[in-house]
Ligand binder design. Sequence first.
Ligand code: ZN
Length: 332
Amino acid sequence: MTTAKTTILDNLDGSNVDKFKIILKNQKLAHAYCFHGKEGTGKKKLAFTLARFLHCKDKNNSLFKTECRCLPCIQIAKNQYPFVHILESSTTIKLEQVRSLLKSIIYKTDENNRTVIIINKAENLSLSASNSLLKFLEEPKTNIIIIFLTTNLEKILPTIRSRCQLIYFPKKDAKSEKPWNNFEKLLNFLPKDLPNLYSQEEFINLCKNIIITSKELVRDFKKAFCSLLLPWFKLELEEKRELILGYLFYLWFRDCLYEKIGCKDLACFNYFQAEKEALEKNLKEKELEKILAIIFQTINYLEAGQKAINCFEQMFISIKGVLNVKSSRGTL
Ligand SMILES: [Zn+2]
């Protein structure tokens, strides 16, 4: 695995991403696009990535890192950036909504900033809303880019379609999804967009680190905590992986418990069987239950928005408590 800085576009895949890398390099963005394709094909993600690309302040990295903490990137992620607007509705997108959006843009736009308007579920635009956008498209302003996202191209007004560059988002083929099949059970327990966040190799490495760390925690808590855990954790948390880490720890110890009580069918880590058995043999059923309860509590704290490093420190200290009890009984 390369440790070179990845660009935000590198985190996405598919031919459309390659297409936009070339477009951006040549600074040839059109003023209107229509991204069409089934649900879950990455339309919205690419639209937001393009918006970030145009506004990120971290020019040194040009196409920059996964997580950027510059003000525009943070605000775009929260839908609070004045030059990036998203309009969406699960029912009808009404004329008034489009009007008030267009009004707010005219006041905020200046020459140095390209405003990006993303219309999600554009098939829900009412006829009058579509027509008001059409007027806008007929006199393109050079500093405004409008991106329609739709799962149903047929429902987009033909006059709008003809003024947009149409970009089709294909469903990922079975071939590209296949490697993840080995992790299918595990992925079912994790947040849905995981495969888009990691390469498979990166994900396996993450799992391996969880497993090595768990082993060391039981074997030599102090060493594991100071030399292994904290440095690795700081890196992971910078990448905002705290919830993934919490869940992976939970599922790994859960697997160990199921191994111990003879419910192997319920396991979700298909790999690492030898490591699982080794850990399971070192821990009693009651201890595994306590550790699981501790990790589960940690996940709750993380989901409630508590600071990740504190949550994990508390988690490891509590796990140490469980292991110390064991040590004083003389079974370690
Ligand atoms: Zn940025």
